[in-house]
Design a protein around this ligand. Structure first.
Ligand code: DON
Length: 304
């Protein structure tokens, strides 16, 4: 029999807090490096009924790469399949910030979730506009999805990343060298750092993720076909070179961020967000991944 969900979330949270190993927060973004690792929050927004939470589920955190799901939805909405001329749909098998493959493959990033691919997606969303217009569109989308007008960008985190973003600058310049950037590297990167610095709680992120659940009565921000396709990319590429292991352990589409958040989708059933800032060796939340494995196993939630 499936357990009662609120008590399961409490048990998963208690188990997380009983652990000693929390992993380490991202150290290449100084504003994130100083966040206390021993924090954990989880939220489940079911297709019908109220959101359920446990632990530090109302503490805002930096969603980082999780925003790549929202910018991908916006880029596809603006330019449809044109995007795929510039970025692929294959898992990279490499770290999220790897440079080598981009040169080997002549400036066409493997997928929209690795940094190089997300920089291209951001460039596509930016189009010919001012960065602040594109950012306003991204924030509007996230707020509409979550139903919370207070969600905002943390400018300090964006500035902190920009000041240390040598790898991303290298990726953007490689893209420009191969003719795969329409705006200057500086303009695209500025937009990219700012949308990565969107802050929200696990509760808000679970609510925002409902647009990918595809069930009657939920906010319909994109077509059903796009929902399925974005979920497919989350499943195959959402955890970088840890995507295979995540699919094996958790079995549902999900996207991680270096701020320690993970957004996961049980198609037709629920959106889940988990946050714990300490990371594993792939740059994905250590306790968050573990919690999702516990949750999906106990609830028998899997796309397989
Ligand atoms: O560009 C970066 O490195 C960060 N703004 C986002 C990376 C990230 O979240 C990777 N996720 N696990």
């Amino acid at each position: 029999m499936r357990p009662d969900l609120p008590s399961l979330l409490r048990r998963i949270t208690d188990d997380a807090f009983a652990e000693n190993d929390w992993g380490a927060p991202a150290d290449y973004i100084p504003e994130l490096a100083r966040i206390k690792p021993a924090q954990f929050g989880i939220a489940v927004a079911p297709a019908t009924g109220d959101v359920m939470t446990a632990g530090d589920a109302t503490t805002p955190f930096s969603v980082q790469s999780v925003t790549k799901v929202f910018t991908l939805a916006i880029a596809l909405g603006r330019s449809g399949d044109q995007l795929w001329k510039r970025v692929g749909r294959e898992p990279s098998g490499r770290a999220f910030n790897s440079i080598m493959q981009l040169e080997q493959e002549q400036g066409r990033p493997r997928n929209p979730f690795i940094n190089a691919g997300a920089i291209v997606t951001t460039d596509q969303v930016l189009d010919q506009r001012e960065p602040k217009e594109a950012l306003a569109e991204i924030v509007r989308f996230v707020r509409a999805a979550a139903g919370n007008e207070d969600i905002h960008i943390n400018d300090r985190v964006a500035a902190s990343e920009a000041a240390h973003g040598h790898r991303n600058a290298a990726l953007a310049h490689f893209l420009a060298a191969y003719g795969n950037l329409r705006n200057t590297p500086e303009r695209t990167l500025g937009t990219y750092y700012h949308h990565c610095a969107i802050e929200m709680s696990a509760r808000d992120l679970a609510l925002a993720g409902r647009f990918l659940v595809d069930a009657p009565g939920l906010p319909r921000l994109i077509s059903r076909t796009r929902i399925r396709r974005i979920n497919a990319l989350m499943m195959t590429c959402g955890h970088y070179d840890g995507s295979g292991d995540f699919a094996y352990r958790v079995g549902i589409p999900a996207k991680s961020g270096v701020g320690g958040g993970i957004l996961a989708v049980v198609p037709g059933i629920a959106s889940i967000a988990v946050w714990s800032p300490g990371l594993n060796r792939y740059g994905n939340s250590l306790r968050g991944t573990h919690a999702l494995a516990q949750l999906s196993t106990a609830m028998e939630w899997s796309v397989f």
